[in-house]
Each structure stands twice: as structure tokens, then as C-alpha cells.
Design a protein around this ligand. Structure first.
Ligand code: MN
Length: 230
């Protein structure tokens, strides 16, 4: 049987030090820092919840380069969300938090770009968030650094600046559900696979960007992610 059209190439992310990481799925955690949960109208003490982005939302930005995203359609309120991204190397179901670290292949700095106005409209109507979260170029990501190099990342600064002004600034230790607990919850709902990326949630300070803005995302121990909005 012949393919009726040429399939899109595999979505990959560069690995720091060489190689490429093939992406299977993109999971995202909602409201996973208390101050952000509160700014979004929650109590800060809710069970974790998840959404997915399509893999072709990835904009992989090699070390030292500036990625570019186009200002997306329909929105007038495109928000930045800086996040620690966890890249899985071993899949599984019903993974216990105590065993989760062996499933982690590496880490990267990522941006969960959000059409906030559309997301809020959908929330109000009790409808899915896809249009607010799952659009093209909504998941910029820097190089993945193997956990073999970084060790397990449980603390350290996470920040985002726009045009040099700090907008988000927190610490990984402030995650409500840490990475291992997140993997436990996720793997109860989905069979995780190598190639799965987990955007682990964003701290407080989410706000809008416009065309011409340059975002710089940092997580201690990882290469900086710089992305310009066209
Ligand atoms: Mn997010």
C-alpha cells in the first residue's frame, strides 16, 4: 500500500551535546504553582489536571539561537507561560512517584503559549480548551539536557523576561505537584511512552506578548530559551 501523501517529518528536539529527541506526545499540567493557580481563579489546592498539545506545536530552538513564532490567529491576548519540560525516556502505566525518576530522560525549558482570551471563553462555556492551548507554534522548547548531566531537577530558579523585563520568577520547589507526582498521576490516565514531553506548569506572572517582543526563559541548569514573536 502506498501512502497517499508524503507524511510530515518526525517532530524532534535537539539534545544538548548532540543528537535529537523524537517527540511522541505533549502533556501539560494546569495550575501547578500556587500563586499562578490563584491568579487563574483557583484555590491553589486542587488535584492536578492535564491537557495535551499536538506534537507539531513544537518549535525547537537550538542552543544560542532565537526561535521565532508567528502571532497566532483569532486572539488579542497571547500569553507566555514559562515551564520546566520533562522528557521521558521510558514509558509505563501506573508509575509510582517513588519510581518515576527512572522514566525521565532529560529536561528542557519550554513555553506554553496560550490564547488566553479564547481559553477563557471556552472555560466559561464549559467547553474544551484546545483552541486556547493546542495551536501551531504554541510549544517552543530549548535543547533537552540529559538527566545524566543535570541530575534530578527539584529546585532552582525558573524565570521569564520579556524585552529584558522580568515577568515570571519562581523556584521549581514551589511546584504544587512535583515532577514525580505528576508522572504518577499522568500514568494513571495514559500509557506513557518514550518521547512524551511533560510541560510541568507555570508560575505566577503570566501576561501578554505582542509582535516584536522577545521572550527569554530560564531554568537553573538548562540552556536559556529565547523566542521572538513575529
Ligand atoms: Mn501551562
Amino acid at each position: 500500500m502506498s501512502l497517499v501523501f508524503t507524511p510530515a517529518p518526525a517532530v524532534t528536539v535537539p539534545v544538548a551535546g548532540g543528537g535529537t529527541y523524537p517527540v511522541h506526545r505533549i502533556y501539560c499540567v494546569g495550575r501547578n504553582y500556587a500563586e499562578h493557580a490563584i491568579e487563574m481563579g483557583g484555590s491553589g489546592r486542587e488535584p492536578p489536571f492535564f491537557f495535551l498539545k499536538p506534537t507539531d506545536a513544537v518549535v525547537a530552538v537550538p542552543a544560542g539561537e532565537t526561535g521565532k513564532i508567528d502571532y497566532p490567529s483569532l486572539t488579542k491576548n497571547l500569553h507566555h507561560e514559562i515551564e520546566l519540560v520533562v522528557a521521558l525516556g521510558v514509558g509505563g502505566r501506573d508509575i509510582r512517584a517513588a519510581d518515576a525518576v527512572r522514566h525521565i530522560w532529560g529536561y528542557a525549558v519550554g513555553l506554553d503559549m496560550t490564547r488566553r482570551d479564547l481559553q477563557n471563553d471556552m472555560k466559561k462555556q464549559g467547553r474544551p480548551w484546545c483552541i486556547g492551548k493546542g495551536f501551531e507554534q504554541s510549544a517552543p522548547i530549548g535543547p533537552i539536557v540529559p538527566i545524566a548531566s543535570t541530575g534530578e531537577l527539584t529546585t532552582g530558579a525558573i524565570s521569564l523576561s520579556v524585552n529584558g523585563q522580568v515577568r515570571q520568577n519562581a523556584d521549581l520547589k514551589d511546584l504544587i505537584w512535583n515532577v514525580n507526582e505528576t508522572i504518577e498521576h499522568l500514568s494513571a490516565a495514559w500509557t506513557l511512552q518514550p518521547g512524551d514531553l511533560i510541560y510541568s506548569g507555570t508560575p505566577a506572572g503570566v501576561a501578554a506578548v505582542v509582535s516584536g517582543d522577545v521572550m527569554e526563559g530560564r531554568v537553573a541548569g538548562l540552556p536559556m530559551l529565547r523566542v521572538a514573536v513575529r
